[in-house]
Design a protein around this ligand. Structure first.
Ligand SMILES: Nc1nc2c(c(=O)[nH]1)N=C([C@H](O)[C@H](O)COP(=O)(O)OP(=O)(O)OP(=O)(O)O)CN2
Ligand SMILES: [Zn+2]
Length: 118
């Protein structure tokens, strides 16, 4: 069984490794959406794969570090592409929620990065 919980955050960033004439070289902002996918058996006692409240508790402190911040200033996100944000989240949430199977970071409604740890 798979469950998915979505979160949103607002953040500023610039991409330091694109050419100077690339518009993403300049500081700008996005309304990000993060989907956390978790997979595992349904616990017969609770009916849950993982309690959504536990997902929220695990991701909440990381979300607070991202929301309304400049991503470039966060350790490990000096080049805050959607790909790097997905890896950053995965590597910090996985130890807390071993059932985490995929992190999807939507940078815009039309573009996203997906990371499953590989
Ligand atoms: N593979 C990636 N490519 C790009 C990334 C990324 O993270 N991974 N990021 C960017 C910029 O962050 C850029 O700001 C993306 O947003 P935007 O240019 O606003 O994209 P839109 O499709 O919304 O642009 P429109 O204004 O609607 O045309 C670039 N590439
Ligand atoms: Zn951007």
């Amino acid at each position: 069984m798979k469950i998915v919980q979505a979160f949103t955050f607002e953040a500023a960033h610039r991409l330091p490794h694109v050419p100077e004439n690339h518009r993403c070289h300049r500081m700008h902002g996005h309304s990000y959406r993060v989907d956390l996918h978790l997979e595992g058996p349904v616990d017969p006692a609770t009916g849950f794969v993982v309690d959504f409240f536990d997902v929220e508790a695990a991701f909440g402190p990381l979300l607070a570090r991202l929301d309304h911040h400049c991503l470039n200033e966060i350790d490990g996100l000096e080049n805050p592409t959607a790909e790097h944000i997905a890896i950053w989240i995965h590597d910090r949430v996985k130890p807390l929620l071993p059932a985490l199977s995929r992190v999807v970071v939507h940078e815009t409604p039309m573009s996203r990065a997906e990371y499953d740890g590989t």
